[in-house]
Design a protein around this ligand. Structure first.
Ligand code: CTP
Length: 400
């Protein structure tokens, strides 16, 4: 099943576009949400109205539609998907993908995405067999683009041969294969993310500046490799990952309970910025100024350390436990000591000094510290860090 998965369906301009209407239905039957994007040529074959009626949402079309940009920018549209499917993928679309041409919304999304792309080519047999298309096919496959079809058969143009778009059930199977049969298939990973809020009274709380962006990207990357991901998130305004089981919590104590309830797991990644303390003298009613000039005094007590608790489990410890170390001074020394103290396998260390712009920003510069090594990764997007980390996790826990 594809429950909770979001598929961005790019419909190209070919006669096979009519099959994309059925494809939307069949993907929805499997539980997926389908966000349709049509090229201008596609709208010559099927109407945006039919597409949006079947998808149950707007069919995106023009890059320069200001309402779309305000509602959901093209970058976000491509990031919010778990997989991009191009069906039909015309010879023209394939050529543009190879060259990195971004001259409409569909091709811009294909350039801006950080997700895998599956294409279902459809074209006349001569066009398919043309050296240019075959070169492009090879280039796309080398770039990691997945391909389903085309099949051999009668064509709308009256010729016979290769070029018919794969049938809808074949495309659905390829989508499921791409989303569910990754190297982490059958593995369960728990990811914590975001800040925790520790109440002072019913209206006030103590928090930190974590945005949850890195944790969300890690969950996305792991789910994209086929893992079953339980995503335990503190209160965030950032986008939650797709294709994961989401458990929303507020406090550190709730986060620990949610993590314990989610175990057993093959791996756990603790990316949350958990508050170290909670208010022991938490008031059941709103603390008022009493006019005496006497200031309230907050007393704190230590929160449970989720990373240390899970790392030191005698029974049911995940095979791989990964923690984060957000430091402002002596990053390496502090993070190395933290790994040993907490008992986790890896620590992803980063410098969160304000001048780095990492906390709340889109980039990260990390060092992956394990028992025997410290790998310094260059500064890159949080999505790239997530991908790299997910690949390392594959190496550590996959059976293959
Ligand atoms: N962590 C946790 N539970 C806590 C505190 C931290 O699970 N109560 C986890 C974080 O998710 C992160 C790692 O521990 O993976 C490091 O957290 P950090 O706050 O950087 O370290 P601290 O243990 O708080 O150490 P210090 O305050 O000395 O930096």
């Amino acid at each position: 099943m594809l429950n909770g998965r979001r598929i961005l369906l790019v419909i190209g301009g070919g006669i096979a576009a009519y099959k994309s209407l059925d494809l939307i239905r069949r993907l929805q039957d499997r539980g997926a949400e389908v966000v349709p994007v049509m090229t201008r040529a596609a709208a010559e074959f099927v109407t945006p109205l039919s597409v949006s009626a079947l998808a149950g949402q707007k069919a995106y079309g023009d890059l320069f539609d200001l309402t779309d940009e305000a509602e959901m920018g093209h970058i976000q549209l491509s990031r919010a998907a778990d997989l991009i499917v191009v069906a039909p993928a015309t010879a023209n679309l394939m050529a543009k993908m190879v060259q990195g041409i971004a001259d409409n919304l569909a091709t811009t999304l294909l350039m801006a995405t950080d997700k895998r792309v599956l294409i279902a080519p459809a074209m006349n047999v001569r066009m398919w067999e043309h050296a240019a298309t075959q070169r492009n096919l090879k280039a796309l496959q080398d770039d990691g683009v997945l391909v389903v079809g085309p099949n051999e058969g009668d064509m709308a143009c009256g010729e016979y041969g290769h070029g018919r778009m794969a049938e809808v059930p074949e495309i659905v199977a390829a989508v499921e294969n791409a989303l569910l049969n990754g190297p982490l298939k059958g593995k369960h990973v728990v990811v914590t993310s975001g800040p925790t809020h520790e109440p002072i009274d019913p209206v006030r709380y103590i928090a930190n500046r974590s945005s949850g962006t890195q944790g969300s990207a890690i969950a996305n990357a792991l789910a994209g490799l086929g893992a079953r991901v339980t995503f335990v998130s503190g209160p965030v305004t950032s986008e939650l990952p797709g294709g994961c089981e989401i458990v929303q919590v507020e406090t550190a104590a709730e986060m620990l309970s949610a993590v314990e309830a989610a175990l057993p797991a093959d791996a756990a990644v603790f990316a949350a910025a958990v508050a170290d303390w909670r208010v022991a003298s938490r008031s059941g009613s709103k603390i008022k100024k009493d006019g005496s000039g006497k200031l309230p005094v907050l007393e704190f007590t230590e929160n449970p350390d989720i990373l240390a608790t899970v790392s030191q489990l005698k029974k049911g410890r995940p095979q791989l436990v990964v923690g984060f170390a957000a430091e402002t001074d002596d990053v390496m020394a502090n993070a190395t000591a933290k790994r040993a103290r907490k008992g986790c396998d890896w620590i992803v260390a980063n410098d969160v000094s304000p001048e780095t712009g990492i906390m709340g920003g889109a980039e990260n510069a990390v060092t992956l510290i394990s028992k025997d090594a410290a790998d310094v990764w260059p500064r890159m997007s949080k999505t790239e860090v997530a991908r790299k980390l997910a690949e390392r996790i594959v190496g550590a826990i996959s059976d293959g």
